[in-house]
Design a protein around this ligand. Structure first.
Ligand code: ZN
Length: 218
């Protein structure tokens, strides 16, 4: 079995994603880029419809740019098209994580983007988290809508669905998902008691620069 270190790391990340309650049942999915001589777009992705607590490293599915398994006979996640589109659009991205967490999903249902109301959201995610255009789950429409709304940031909300995060590693992508979920909760609570104010413009500029330097996008 190839890519054992990547399999162990991806599995550890999805177990933590499940433990944190960012997904329920078999929903959500995650992937990391892998080196495969035959294909520059290859990645290792969680399998379709298998529960996380009993998932094993060999059940993770390495796929090529056609989303065909390179090794084994597993079925890749039904959202693999969006993972592929994100890797193609963002060479800086090494991992993709998709969750159905409650507060991020609530914003997507309301069609409300998550504004830059907390300093660390700008530093680690790059600014406002936009809501993508709606696309049916698993389709190319959803993949293209997700890429367009992500821009150069690290997270995007999907209407009537959940959210996606991208980062250099799976651990970091999970951190982004957890941060967006927490800030979404803060935003909804702040809006219930008053106005959710954005970070001052000067701070936003400095934090945005820190983000671009950290991610190598500058
Ligand atoms: Zn989903």
């Amino acid at each position: 079995m190839a890519w054992t270190a990547q399999r162990d790391q991806l599995l550890a990340t999805v177990l933590e994603m499940d433990r944190l309650g960012l997904v329920s049942g078999t929903n959500g999915n995650a992937s990391v880029r892998i080196e495969a001589a035959s294909d520059p777009d290859a990645f290792l992705v969680t399998p379709a419809a298998l529960p996380y607590p009993t998932m094993t490293p060999d059940q993770l599915v390495p796929v090529n740019g056609e989303l065909e398994p390179i090794e084994g006979d597993g079925v890749p996640s039904s959202e693999s098209l969006l993972h592929l589109a994100l890797y193609r659009a963002r060479p800086d991205v090494g991992a993709v994580l998709h969750t159905h967490s409650v507060y991020a999903s609530a914003l997507g249902v309301a069609g409300r983007p998550l504004p830059p109301i907390v300093d660390e959201l700008v530093v680690y995610v790059g600014g406002q988290v936009e809501v993508a255009e709606y696309g049916f789950p698993g389709t190319e429409d959803l993949a293209q809508a997700g890429v367009a709304a992500l821009g150069d940031r690290r997270a995007v909300l999907l209407p009537h669905h959940g959210m996606f995060a991208v980062a250099d590693t799976a651990t970091e992508a999970l951190r982004v998902c957890a941060l967006v979920e927490r800030v979404a909760q803060i935003f909804i609570n702040a809006t219930a008691i008053g106005e959710a104010k954005e970070v001052p413009a000067e701070s936003f500029k400095a934090e945005r620069r820190m983000y671009l330097e950290r991610t190598g996008l500058l």
